[in-house]
Design a binder for this molecule. Structure first.
Ligand code: COA
Ligand code: MG
Length: 300
């Protein structure tokens, strides 16, 4: 999933617009972009939008719902309103540890049962750096729930949690704590075997800045990026789509390893050594390109 576009859950207009944005996924927000007085209305709007998407024959982006954090007392009402619409995933903000993922997973399971949906069908994405606790517990997110499929990072709430007046220095570069949040997300995602999703770029008129941020994110191992404005989507999609020459090289590496069999250690390609790390990298590129691993290992 390359682009994940945030849409305030209390704006029908924006939800409709977002559906045509070209984003791989929409994050229908019930949390920070919705005022407390509008939460109930937003739940109903998001539920209707999910139902509309389920009944539509047109291709739709994947739909993710950001619920309110577990300590707000609002999460169960959020889940009660939207799980029956079978969203692709629930995004948990301010995740404090792997135990929160397990807790959310159990709550989703109850709602799935009530709605007669298959157990475990709805995935979990988590924002794991919005609190100091979440960062310090980064290693606990792994293996707590089979639903967990992506970890993302956020910088705005963390600034509030630690009392920082800004998350960037005078040159516009994230300060150390926020760079650490970004790094921990990459590490925790790899440790958990899930996708790492880069945070939003809030200056939505600065396309050069967004492009540069996307290139950094691809280089450092993120598989996608969250967006806040439809104009950001095409830039994100382009950046996170592997170049044809990279895909071609990845396919050649996978075919070489497949032909060499399970005991292959070190091989050579175009006069250069390739070994296990290259294989893993090639697998990631192939996955990002949407190629089917079995077909590749058969050398089709
Ligand atoms: N999803 C869908 N449509 C959006 C959108 C979004 N995230 N952001 C903007 N649009 C629409 C606007 O409604 C407008 O449509 P219209 O011309 O039909 O009215 C069009 O795109 C152009 O918008 P623009 O005028 O450039 O921006 P804006 O001032 O209306 O909105 C924001 C700016 C930041 C308020 C808006 O982009 C937004 O709501 N972003 C998401 C915020 C969010 O969910 N935050 C939580 C996570 S950090
Ligand atoms: Mg927030």
């Amino acid at each position: 999933m390359r682009s994940l576009l945030f849409v305030p859950g209390d704006s029908e207009r924006k939800m409709l617009k977002a559906a045509d944005s070209g984003a791989d996924a929409l994050i229908l927000d019930l949390e920070d972009s919705v005022a407390l007085s509008r939460k109930a209305e937003a739940r109903q709007m998001v539920a209707s939008f999910l139902a509309e998407a389920n009944n539509s024959s047109a291709p739709f982006p994947k739909l993710i719902v950001r619920v309110n954090a577990l300590d707000t007392g609002l999460t169960d009402d959020d889940l009660g309103a939207i799980v029956r619409g079978a969203p692709y995933a629930i995004l948990l903000p301010k995740a404090g540890s792997g135990a929160d993922i397990q807790n959310l997973s159990a709550r989703i399971a109850v709602e799935e049962a009530g709605a007669e949906l298959p157990d475990g069908g709805i995935l979990i994405h988590a924002l794991m750096t919005e609190t100091a606790a979440g960062m310090l517990q980064a290693s606990t997110f792994a293996a707590k729930s089979a639903r967990l499929s992506a970890l993302a990072w956020g910088a705005e709430d963390l600034a509030a949690d630690i009392g920082a007046s800004s998350n960037k220095d005078e040159n516009g570069r994230y300060t150390d704590v926020f760079r650490m949040a970004r790094s921990l997300t990459i590490l925790a995602a790899a440790h958990s075997g899930v996708d790492a999703i880069d945070t939003v770029f809030t200056d939505f008129r600065d396309m050069d800045g967004l492009g540069a941020g996307c290139r950094d994110a691809v280089r450092d191992g993120f598989s996608g990026k969250m967006a806040i404005h439809p104009d950001q989507v095409s830039i994100i999609n382009a950046a996170f789509t592997p170049a044809p020459e990279d895909v071609e090289r990845a396919v050649r590496i996978l075919a070489l390893f497949a032909a060499a069999g399970p005991d292959a250690g070190v091989l050579s390609l175009d006069g250069k050594m390739i070994d296990k790390p290259h294989l893993r990298q090639a697998e990631r590129v192939a996955q990002r390109a949407g190629l089917e691993p079995q077909a590749l290992s058969r050398g089709d």
